[in-house]
Design a protein around this ligand. Structure first.
Ligand SMILES: Nc1ncnc2c1ncn2[C@@H]1O[C@H](COP(=O)(O)OP(=O)(O)O)[C@@H](O)[C@H]1O
Ligand SMILES: [Mg+2]
Length: 268
């Protein structure tokens, strides 16, 4: 599997008056292509700081952030701008849509910083809005859409540049719980279909269940990494003991393995 993000021994210290805040206190992990990772922790635990380091929006005090083999902490401002433009899509809590542009124009906007023709931009944006099930809302202005619809525009806009990585900081923080679930399911589907790497920050343990892996952060330290994919595999045949046996057969069978590999190959 292709390693997309590698974080080594990462520290971010802030000096506040006479004291020092350890916003990140020695963080290490690796993320792979196609993984949906949730960083979960209470307010002030260091989630946004970590995301900002990954996106190259802030410099670490110490440590390494390696994305697709490139040391982000070593890039200058121009290098960082280029890195973000070519590799990263962002989804924001408050959507950050331009109020005077319709859905299609909002989604097309990131492409105009890449010198693509207007017709190409609109064509790509159109396709992205189909992908997030907003076929009928392409001409709607942000204030003519619900919060969930606006965030789906936000997801489409993050994807339109075909980024390797998507960063999302509390993407459902302004949505009701039902709409949040819909947006989470959408992000989960897209990450799987398009083999993106999604890093989402949330304080909500329940929403983190949509992720493949959950990193629990407390006081700037990752204290636990849960793998939901293992849990899902465990959950399949829990009804009875014959089911238990069936599970082992299925997992151990060589042709079962071949099947999942085929599936990976298809979408490449
Ligand atoms: N620019 C800053 N200056 C000083 N302290 C900061 C700054 N940014 C964040 N912090 C502190 O670092 C810690 C982690 O903050 P943050 O990453 O925003 O947490 P979270 O996103 O999990 O709520 C908090 O104690 C916060 O007060
Ligand atoms: Mg935060």
């Amino acid at each position: 599997m292709e390693k997309v993000i590698e974080v080594k021994n990462l520290y971010k210290l802030y000096r506040v008056g006479d004291s020092v805040v350890r916003a990140l206190d020695g963080v290490n992990f690796e993320l792979y292509k196609g993984e949906f990772c949730a960083i979960v922790g209470t307010s002030g635990s260091g989630k946004s700081t970590l995301l900002n380091m990954l996106a190259g929006l802030e410099k670490p005090t110490k440590g390494e952030v390696i994305i697709s083999g490139v040391h982000i902490e070593g890039l200058n401002e121009d290098g960082l701008v280029k890195f973000r433009r070519d590799n990263v899509g962002f989804i924001f809590q408050s959507f950050h849509l331009i109020g005077t542009m319709n859905a299609l124009e909002n989604v097309a906007l990131p492409l105009s910083f890449r010198g693509e023709s207007k017709s190409t931009r609109l064509k790509k944006a159109d396709k992205m809005l189909d992908l997030v099930n907003l076929k009928k809302h392409k001409k709607h202005m942000p204030n003519q859409m619900s919060g969930g619809q606006q965030q789906r525009v936000g997801v489409a806009r993050a994807l339109v540049v075909d980024p390797k990585i998507i960063f999302a900081d509390e993407p459902t923080g302004n949505l009701d719980s039902h709409t949040s679930e819909e947006v989470m399911a959408l992000m989960q589907r897209i990450v799987r279909e398009q083999k993106k790497t999604l890093v989402m920050v949330t304080h909500d343990n329940h929403l983190a269940e949509y992720a493949d892996r959950v990193f629990h952060i407390i006081d700037g330290k990752i204290v636990q990494i849960e793998d939901n994919r293992l849990k899902q595999a465990d959950n399949l045949p829990e009804e009875d003991k014959t089911g238990e046996k069936r599970k082992h057969n299925e997992i151990d069978k060589p042709d079962g393995k071949r099947k999942s590999e085929e599936r990976e190959g298809e979408s490449k």
